[in-house]
Design a protein around this ligand. Structure first.
Ligand SMILES: [Zn+2]
Length: 200
């Protein structure tokens, strides 16, 4: 179920998001203590997300169909990142989906020929181009993230209910944000207090 709640705010970008738009993209599906937040919930949300990251030109419009494809790619990407973190082999469908996005060409303008313009070239489906281009860039970065030097430091935030991924800045880093770290520390302190009270 997709819950959209405007009062929920995303924590600051997880470590590694600046270097890897694919990580930022995977983390656009958020589980906060107050509920679920999907930064690609609507075409307007998806458009804003892409424009903010320079993946779509200002004034671009991503349609419902393309928004669904973006969310689909995101869920496949999350499977791939989780597999990398767990040292597991992901389902072939997830790899195939990434490769399909990686190799989809948005540059091949078709030949048109009509009166009175004569021959000219135009994109096949102009409305799809924005999302196809963005997905190709995200997929290329994801492939780089999964195979490059940062892959070994890829981690999943361990602060429940958070589901974000991060690139660890140091070995002991287990949380994507101070917000998540503080929550875990508070929970531990509470557990210690409760145990102490139960023992007394
Ligand atoms: Zn987190």
């Amino acid at each position: 179920m997709r819950i959209v709640n405007a009062t929920l705010t995303a924590p600051p970008p997880a470590p590694g998001s600046e270097q890897h738009v694919a990580l930022d993209f995977a983390n656009s599906d958020l589980a906060l203590t107050a509920g679920r937040l999907d930064l690609l919930a609507t075409p307007a949300d998806a458009t804003r997300w892409l424009v903010d990251r320079g993946l779509a030109p200002e004034g671009a419009e991503v349609y419902e169909y393309c928004t669904g494809r973006l969310r689909e790619l995101r869920s496949r990407l999350r499977v791939l990142l989780a597999a990398r973190v767990d040292g597991a082999v992901p389902p072939a469908e997830a790899v195939d989906a990434l490769n399909a996005a990686l190799t989809a060409t948005s540059a091949a303008a078709l030949l048109r020929w009509d009166e009175p313009d004569g021959p000219y070239r135009a994109p096949a489906h102009p409305a799809d181009q924005v999302a196809v281009h963005a997905m190709a860039v995200i997929a290329a970065d994801a492939a780089e993230l999964l195979t490059g030097p940062d892959a070994a430091r890829l981690a999943a935030c361990t602060a429940s209910p958070c589901i974000r991924f991060l690139v660890r800045t140091h070995a002991a880093r287990h949380w994507c944000s101070t917000r998540c770290g503080d929550r875990v520390r508070a929970a531990r302190a509470y557990a210690r207090r409760s145990k102490a009270e139960a023992a007394s």
